[in-house]
Design a binder for this molecule. Structure first.
Ligand code: ADP
Ligand code: ZN
Ligand code: ZN
Length: 750
């Protein structure tokens, strides 16, 4: 037999199968990782296929083949279904197969940086009567104690015994010599769980909406089919539906993957699953240590864990006999990968479900325009949960016109109404949350005389003031590259002293809050306060335990939170996302306001929401205040149709980055002309092209790299596919001192 191997080197030159001899005595199967010779090097590779010697092409005689050097793992790292998936993704993304295969295993495993962890365990030998032997050891109390601890016949880790008996090895060695126990090395899995995760709980009686949703989806689950869009208002109890579906999946002997936007932000989700399914649950996300990730991955691969809760990349978890994929908060941008290959986890989920005969559930209180449109077209079955658990009312939302506040002489960042409601909420002993989608203190610094705005020297972006308290002069920070500057005392352009600070961030909100309510305790959650591995969980726990009365954060950090005592939510500046230069800004604003409002009044006390805006009449703010998804969808869908935006069209671009501006611009210009020539030669493709343009990117420079792009707007039509292929071919060409990226409907167009 011959092993067909993809070498783990990302380059188009080696993007094909290489044939190797399988040496005498080596067992190989598809999916196994191996070490193979490649030219003068030794590289890792994946066995993709085994073929007969007769299948070798004419020009590759058997004696020319070199043998596989060694097998790397004792089990195949890649499941057949994941090899198929990698092939499809390489095809769709026009990238080498080795690049998509890499998505399927933990990075630390590929580089060999991480190894299995072994631990010494002690176990009573079969047939030994521990009690009798212990009773006979009157003069060796430590040995007697150890024998009693081991009397259950189970293996016990020596490290754990040492918590009960000092220096257990002193006693274990003689017991082993006496032939009573055995000591051996056993693998242990590094665990990311906390004590609370290990409590057990059972399902509550389901609400009518939950039952109805399950009735709609269980028959498909049992047949291994179906794609659903679960649209349930905030607090309708969607998690319980995932738990019930996962539970049935396990009963059927199958496995499930539950994707959440950013797991470190939703520790509650892990807890709910772990409490229900115990060690059958695994988690995969970016905040695990390499060891934890490797071990969780292997618990899944070896079939010990069959329910995976994880962030985007968990969509590639090696779950065998997959029965269900759930994508929670499916509208979130985090499901679009920002690294190459740029996959969309929702698309990957759909492929996996179709390949492996599993059911798919996309779920959200505010589905993306694309998914809801697909449900209307019949691509997904729409399942709705219109009521909150226990028929709790949706929170009452008041929109405050901030222009009127200014007219009335209120220059604070809080409106009179928000201050009044905060006072009432805090006086009654409840909790409040305040959201602002910008961190730092002031969001930009500008000269009143000449209009100069302080920008980062490396990036074309204004810098944000960060400071701690009144006396701290603070520092200016670039949110793109992290570089810092002391705040200027005079204008660097004209020397004027009229340097002023504008706009507010979360630090400012916290400071104003303390001025208004000096005795009230707060926690602030934004990127600045949550850098450590456990910082998120720690801050949320503080708030949950009531150690702080007010949580202040960026909206990004506030998804999926469920705090029973929160009765008031304030959106400090709803316009911040509305003003972003992106066709999705309206959708984002609606989602943020609705989701954030949904954090209030989730238990017995009704919730109130105050939304502050300079554009209170904007239809998207009005629809969000009414939490009327349908109205918002209809409005936004027709706006997209009229403006020919996605999902009616595709926005694609070739982004060119270079440390030299001229070089960057010239390359972009060449690419532009190349595409023009291509379209002139291909009339069918030209007809599907609405726009072709070359421009400076909206952010002209990032980390010292100049940026230009060739933008295209295409009809989403089969005739447009060859254009995408041409674009990715162009992106793969080597250009001096330039990087070229091909992006299709990217998460941002910065
Ligand atoms: P959603 O994700 O739809 O916003 P959650 O799944 O977070 O809502 O549920 C909201 C709250 O209702 C949670 O505290 C949850 O424990 C509770 N809950 C869900 N289902 C039930 C039920 N059937 N009976 C009682 N409480 C429930
Ligand atoms: Zn100036
Ligand atoms: Zn910068």
């Amino acid at each position: 037999m011959i092993a067909q191997v993809i070498v783990d080197v990302v380059h188009t030159n080696v993007d094909r199968l290489f044939s190797y001899l399988i040496p005498e005595g080596m067992e190989l199967e598809a999916g196994v990782r191996v070490e193979v010779p490649l030219g003068k090097r030794r590289v890792d590779g994946f066995v993709i296929d085994l073929t007969e010697e007769d299948d070798l092409p004419e020009d590759l005689p058997l004696h020319k083949l070199r043998p596989v050097i060694r097998r790397l793992d004792e089990y195949p790292a890649l499941l057949p279904a994941l090899i198929t998936l990698a092939r499809q993704l390489a095809d769709e993304n026009h990238c080498p197969l080795s690049e998509t295969l890499r998505l399927m295993i933990p990075a630390a495993m590929r580089t060999g940086r991480i190894q299995r962890k072994l631990e010494t365990v002690a176990q009573l030998l079969p047939g030994v009567d521990a009690e009798k032997e212990a009773a006979a050891m009157k003069r060796a109390p430590k040995r007697a104690m150890l024998l009693r601890l081991l009397s259950d016949g189970q293996p016990h880790a020596v490290s754990q015994l040492s918590q009960l008996v000092a220096n257990p090895r002193d006693g274990l060695k003689p017991l082993q010599e006496l032939g009573l126990i055995q000591l051996c090395e056993q693998e242990v899995f590094r665990s990311p769980y906390q004590a609370e995760d290990e409590e057990r709980s059972s399902a509550p009686p389901l609400t009518a909406d939950q039952q109805e949703a399950l009735c709609g989806m269980l028959p498909a689950l049992e047949k291994g089919e179906g794609a659903f869009l679960l649209h349930g208002v905030t607090g309708s109890g969607k998690t319980e539906v995932y738990l019930a579906m996962a539970s049935r999946t396990l009963e059927m002997g199958k496995g499930a993957i539950i994707l959440v936007p950013e797991i470190a932000l939703t520790p509650q989700m892990v807890r709910w699953f772990r409490n229900r399914f115990g060690p059958a649950t695994a988690v995969l996300h970016s905040r695990l240590t390499d060891g934890q990730r490797y071990d969780e991955w292997r618990r899944i691969r070896l079939g010990e864990a069959r329910v995976v809760v994880g962030a985007r990349s968990a969509i590639f978890a090696p779950v065998e006999r997959l029965g269900l994929i759930v994508i929670d908060e499916e509208h979130e941008q985090t499901y679009l990968s920002d690294k190459f290959p740029r996959y969309d986890a929702r698309r990957v989920a759909a492929l996996r479900c179709a390949n492996e005969k599993a059911s798919l559930i996309l779920s959200s209180a505010t589905p993306s325009i694309l998914s809801f449109a697909m449900a209307r077209r019949g691509d997904y079955t729409l399942v709705e949960m219109p009521r909150r658990v226990g028929n709790r009312p949706l929170p009452e939302v008041t929109v405050v016109d901030m222009r009127k506040e200014l007219e009335a002489g209120n220059r604070s960042i809080f409106s009179a109404l928000l201050i009044r409601k905060l006072k009432a909420c805090l006086d009654s002993g409840n909790q409040a949350m305040l959201f602002l989608n910008r961190r730092g203190y002031n969001t930009f610094v500008s000269c009143r005389s000449c209009g100069y705005v302080v920008k980062c020297a490396q990036c074309d972006l204004s810098m944000t003031l960060h400071r701690h308290g009144e006396d701290d002069p603070g520092q200016l920070r670039c949110h793109m590259c992290g570089s810092v500057l002391p705040p200027p005392e005079t204008c660097p352009e004209c020397g004027s002293k009229y340097i002023r600070y504008f706009g507010s961030g979360t630090q400012r909100v916290e400071e104003e809050m303390h001025k208004l309510f000096p005795q009230v305790t707060t926690v602030r959650m934004d990127i600045d306060t949550t850098r450590g591995r456990d910082a998120h969980a720690r801050l949320l726990e503080q708030f949950r335990k009531g150690k702080a009365q007010v949580l202040i954060g960026t909206q990004m950090i506030a998804k999926g939170l469920d705090f029973p005592k929160v009765t008031l939510v304030g959106v400090v500046a709803a316009d911040m996302t509305l003003n972003l230069p992106d066709y999705r800004s309206v959708e984002r604003t609606f989602q943020l306001v609705t989701q954030v409002a949904g954090r209030a009044g989730r238990a017995q006390y009704p919730g109130e929401v105050v939304v502050q805006s300079y554009k209170p009449d904007h239809p998207c703010i009005e629809a969000a205040a009414r939490q009327d998804y349908r109205a918002f969808f209809e409005m936004e869908f027709s706006r997209r149709r009229a403006g020919l935006y996605p999902p009616f069209t595709m926005l694609t671009r070739l982004l060119v980055e270079s440390p030299e501006e001229n070089c960057c611009k010239e390359t972009a210009q060449q690419l532009f002309e190349e595409m023009q020539r291509y379209l002139d030669g291909n009339p069918a493709q030209k007809k599907k092209t609405l726009m072709l343009r070359m421009d400076e990117a909206p952010v002209k420079r990032i980390r010292g790299q100049y940026r230009y792009h060739v933008l295209m707007k295409l009809f989403d039509h089969p005739d447009a596919r060859p254009i995408l292929r041409r674009l990715s071919e162009l992106a793969a060409t080597e250009k001096d001192r330039c990087q070229i990226y091909c992006e299709v409907n990217p998460a941002t167009m910065m």
